[in-house]
Write a protein that binds this ligand. Structure first.
Ligand SMILES: Nc1ncnc2c1ncn2[C@@H]1O[C@H](COP(=O)(O)OP(=O)(O)O)[C@@H](O)[C@H]1O
Ligand SMILES: Cc1ncc(COP(=O)(O)OP(=O)(O)O)c(N)n1
Length: 259
């Protein structure tokens, strides 16, 4: 059985973070493992508290995983501090991890900062260059490339700029575009638009986490990046279309849509 490791934060409401990743990986028929970077007290209305693990404890989790069940792909989500980012980068290099997907989670859609302001530089310098693909949403892309994004042309320009300092591919996600849900994959100097119909559903909590772990599943199975992204996009659309109306805010996706 193929295995995927998620390194991310826990979402107590189960919609994003580690919980969304494990649901996604399991729904793809792969074996899910997790290294938790932080606990969040969170629900569909917002993030009300964050408690980080220590760098030593994160290192301990990663050693336990890599020495026993080697992951075929690794997805990285919320990592809130520079010290934790450095531990992850060191361990991924030590164990020669492959097929790394980095979702550069910075701020939740509900407006909470999930990455310390001073940690962005460490993320860019140490972790992002290890990734086969990074998956920023539009606000994260604006931070990474220091430009405003208003249209598809800006997304293309931003992807090229970001690829100058990442060694891998860039997937600029279009979920925050109010008209379309078109994502742009920039890989080895080539643009590929992966278009999607915008689904009218206010319950989009965890879309980014779900997309990145679904991409990791494709890569773990040996699919190309392009095919992995297309399949992940179909998975997101299915989970949004199936609908689920839980909580008082932006609720979670329906991962049971294929069952
Ligand atoms: N309403 C929607 N309809 C269809 N696809 C969506 C919708 N909202 C987000 N997506 C898709 O979900 C994925 C995650 O995108 P996005 O919401 O931008 O990320 P994040 O959760 O990191 O902010 C992307 O593939 C995006 O196109
Ligand atoms: C623990 C944790 N990790 C990540 C997020 C952000 O989730 P994401 O899917 O990127 O986007 P939103 O759910 O905020 O739209 C989170 N909230 N919690």
């Amino acid at each position: 059985m193929k295995t995927v490791l998620t390194i991310a934060g826990s979402d107590s409401s189960g919609g994003a973070g580690i919980q969304a990743d494990i649901k996604t990986i399991t729904a793809h028929g792969l074996y899910a493992m997790s290294a938790i970077t932080a606990l969040t007290a969170q629900n569909t209305t917002g993030v009300y508290g964050i408690m980080e693990v220590t760098p030593e404890f994160l290192a301990n989790q990663l050693d336990c995983i890599f020495k026993d069940i080697y992951p075929d792909a690794v997805k990285i989500g919320m990592v809130s501090s520079a010290a934790l980012i450095e531990v992850i980068a060191d361990k991924l290099k030590e164990y020669k991890a492959a097929h790394i997907v980095v979702d550069p989670v910075m701020v939740s859609t509900s407006g909470s900062r999930l990455l310390a302001e001073d940690a962005s530089k460490t993320l860019i310098k140490t972790l992002i260059p290890l990734a086969q693909v990074i998956t920023p949403n539009i606000p994260e892309t604006e931070v990474l490339c220091k430009m405003d994004i208003k249209n598809a042309g800006d997304m293309e320009q931003a992807a090229v700029k970001i690829a100058e300092f990442t060694k891998g591919a860039v997937l600029v996600k279009g979920g925050h575009d109010l008209n379309d849900a078109n994502d742009l994959l920039y890989e080895a100097g080539t643009f590929e638009w992966i278009n999607g119909e915008r689904i009218e559903n206010p319950n989009t909590h965890g879309t980014g986490c779900t997309l990145s772990s679904a991409i990791a599943c494709g890569l773990a199975k040996g699919d190309t990046l392009s095919d992995s992204v297309k399949a992940a996009k179909e998975y997101i659309s299915g989970a949004l279309r199936a609908g689920l109306n839980l909580g008082h805010g932006s609720g979670p996706l329906n991962h049971m849509f294929r069952i």
